[in-house]
Design a protein around this ligand. Structure first.
Ligand SMILES: [Zn+2]
Length: 410
């Protein structure tokens, strides 16, 4: 079965995740978000009873600019205290980097990062009083002594821009295997996008596979499926293909996914896709971030449009619109949908997209068909052409990449 894992990014998503339990299989939350909303998140996880992963986000401590900003954050001291209880690492606020790292701390740091993931949620949940209140309003009360355990734990990791950083990650991965055994772990393969074009890539993959990891979580930073060149996407799927072919049944999770990743899951190159709710199809750790504008996920295009553009299309090309979610069934203008409604619509559509099986050849011909339809409707009005053109190009690139895979590797 195709499985959907949701990444929790913003506090107002908690309500949706709580209410739409039947639409996803697991959740991923980042350590700093857990530290920012400890009550709400520990309660949520106790109630939904789903597999979860905690991303320890250690990469943030390896980026100079980010590190300076982090010290200002409310969660910084709470989290670094857990990762470094004896103040051996973060006391000078230096970034964590292979050139200055003291390797006698490998075990200490790895152990603390793992212990955090294993114990933090249960600790937070037991500490709070909310369950009494929940029983008062008639909600399901989780057992106060409940033990919340992540599905797997993630060793400390950084963004591998070159071999030095890649080997840095490998040290923590090896250490984690020593401490926990590989069956409890999911090993991160976190590469800067430029590394995909590097001749060193094969070497990195060999080193990773020498650890015999049963599962890995992949993040190619700033790889944006909907805008990426064919060359870059081809290298990405070649990498996944090699990982699958040269391992004994490695399971691959994709940390930031869009519809192209969903297709890769359907054809067996990925095992789990992790989606943000209406955001986080990719992440660039060096970019400035702000709250994303509201977007409508258009099922036919498998991508987002601004509510204004989506509404123009809905009026001009109603035959391209079919969504039977509770929000769209109300038949209101898309521009009048609230942010929460846009997210509820997204998660329903995503579940639906993932529940359909499709073969590689069918995926290619479905893209082909859609490209023809979109080109046809674009002929009539320039405004429609302007809205659809980026999506047509995106689908053409995806089609080419999948066709290449079908011819050369499949
Ligand atoms: Zn809908």
């Amino acid at each position: 079965m195709n499985e959907l894992y949701l990444r929790i990014n913003r506090p107002f998503e908690i309500e949706i995740i709580d209410e739409e339990k039947e639409l996803y299989e697991g959740v991923v939350m980042e350590a700093h978000i857990l530290e920012t909303f400890p009550k709400a998140l520990s309660n949520l996880l106790a109630r939904i009873e789903k597999p979860y992963l905690i991303d320890p986000i250690t990469y943030k401590f390896g980026i100079q600019k980010t590190m300076e900003e982090l010290i200002e954050k409310r969660w910084f001291f709470g989290l670094t205290e857990k990762f470094d209880p004896y103040n051996k690492i973060f006391s000078r606020y230096d970034i964590l980097a292979p050139d200055i790292w003291n390797h006698s701390l490998d075990e200490y740091f790895t152990k603390n990062v793992i212990e955090y993931q294993k114990n933090r949620l249960s600790e937070l949940f037991r500490r709070q009083e909310i369950p009494t209140l929940m029983s008062f309003i008639g909600e399901k009360v989780p057992d106060k002594d409940i033990t919340l355990k992540p599905e797997y734990v993630i060793p400390p990791y950084f963004i591998a821009e070159n071999e030095k950083w890649f080997d840095f990650n490998m040290r923590f991965a090896k250490e984690a295997i020593q401490i926990e055994g590989e069956e409890s772990l999911i090993i991160p393969l976190v590469l800067s996008r430029d590394v995909l074009a590097s001749p060193k890539l094969d070497n990195y993959i060999r080193k990773l596979l020498s650890l015999n990891p049963p599962r890995i979580i992949v993040w190619i930073t700033a790889l944006n499926e909907s805008q990426e060149t064919e060359t870059c996407l081809i290298t990405f799927i070649q990498m996944l293909h090699i990982l699958k072919e040269k391992s004994r049944g490695i399971r691959i999770y994709n940390a930031f996914s869009g519809y192209f990743s969903d297709l890769l899951q359907k054809i067996g190159l990925l095992d789990k896709v992790i989606h943000g709710i209406g955001i986080a199809e990719f992440r660039d750790p060096y970019a400035e971030t702000g709250p994303p504008p509201p977007r409508y996920y258009m099922p036919f295009l498998h991508s987002f449009l601004s509510p204004d553009n989506a509404e123009i299309l809905r009026v001009e090309c109603p035959h391209l619109f079919s969504c039977n979610c509770g929000v769209c069934s109300r038949d209101i203008p898309i521009t009048e949908m609230s942010s929460k409604e846009l997210l509820r619509h997204f998660i329903r559509v995503k579940k639906n997209e993932l529940s359909h099986k499709i073969s590689l050849l069918d995926a290619i011909s479905s893209l082909e068909e859609k490209i023809e339809i979109l080109k046809h409707v674009s002929k009539e009005k320039p405004i429609i052409r302007n809205i659809l053109m980026p999506n047509i190009r995106m689908m053409e690139r995806w089609k080419q990449v999948l066709s290449y895979y079908q011819e050369k590797l499949y």
